[in-house]
Design a protein. Structure first.
Length: 255
């Protein structure tokens, strides 16, 4: 069941969103050749601590997971699409990195993700990342009162498919509020004019995921968490928590 948020609750979620943005900014600034993924997780933990915030990721265990998630951020590198577990792996020149971060503050959750390149960027990676953010922007623009979930899905899918990229089936955005994953599901591909109507007070995590090789197939890594492209091509992920309001979509996880 969808939980509509009051204007006061949306303001509170905006404060949580600022913390998430600060985490992503700090992690991106720390990401450099030779830095380990575990060290990036420590940076994120420090920001959360300073803000007096918790992590909705740490110890999260959905039905498919063999173990609770051990970190406060997901670190997905190169062919990893999402849910990458921070390890002692050290970043190398040209790595494509996707960081997914969340925060809990005063009982409200925020969720956001960015993708970027460490060191010298491949032109193909730059195009992939730019398209991920363009798809996110298109999804946000469609998140308007009077539209439907399918309009968001169609906007995202059109950008991704037009650019020739794959979309991992079954993974997409979701409602956010007191919990990290709430109703409704927000697919990254769909038909316009279909699905649940968008109403003032809905808060959604909109998150396109793109596979460079153009295929949709993926598999789970041995850790039971990391999703990787089946063709070995690179992937990008972009996400914001967005409130649906009568005045238009409001991004809650922007700086």
């Amino acid at each position: 069941m969808v939980q509509l948020k009051t204007d006061t609750s949306i303001e509170a979620m905006r404060e949580t969103g600022r913390v998430v943005a600060q985490v992503l900014t700090a992690v991106r600034e720390a990401a450099a050749v030779g830095v380990s993924l575990r060290e990036l997780d420590e940076v994120a933990r420090g920001v959360l601590r300073e803000a007096g915030a918790g992590s909705p990721f740490l110890n999260y265990r959905p039905h498919f997971a063999p173990t609770p998630f051990p970190a406060v951020i997901c670190t997905s590198v190169n062919d990893a699409i999402v849910h990458g577990v921070p390890t002692d792996q050290r970043l190398r020149d040209g790595d494509l990195v996707s960081i997914d971060a969340g925060a809990t503050l005063d009982g409200w959750v925020g969720d956001s993700a960015v993708s970027f390149t460490v060191g010298r960027a491949r032109p193909a990676d730059t195009r992939l990342i730019d398209t991920a953010f363009a798809a996110l922007d298109a999804g946000i623009a469609a998140a308007a009162v009077g539209n439907r979930i399918g309009d968001i899905a169609h906007a995202i899918g059109t950008v991704c498919r037009t650019a020739g990229y794959g979309i991992p089936e079954g993974f997409g955005g979701h409602g956010v509020g007191r919990s990290m994953h709430e109703d409704p599901a927000v697919p990254n591909e769909g038909r316009p004019g279909r699905g649940m109507p968008l109403r003032h007070g809905m808060v959604l995590a909109i998150e396109p995921m793109l596979i460079a090789g153009g295929h949709d197939a993926f598999h789970s890594d041995r850790d039971g968490w990391t999703l990787r492209t089946s063709d070995g091509s690179r992937a990008a992920h972009a996400e914001h928590t967005v409130a649906i309001t009568d005045e238009g979509p409001r991004v809650l996880t922007a700086l």
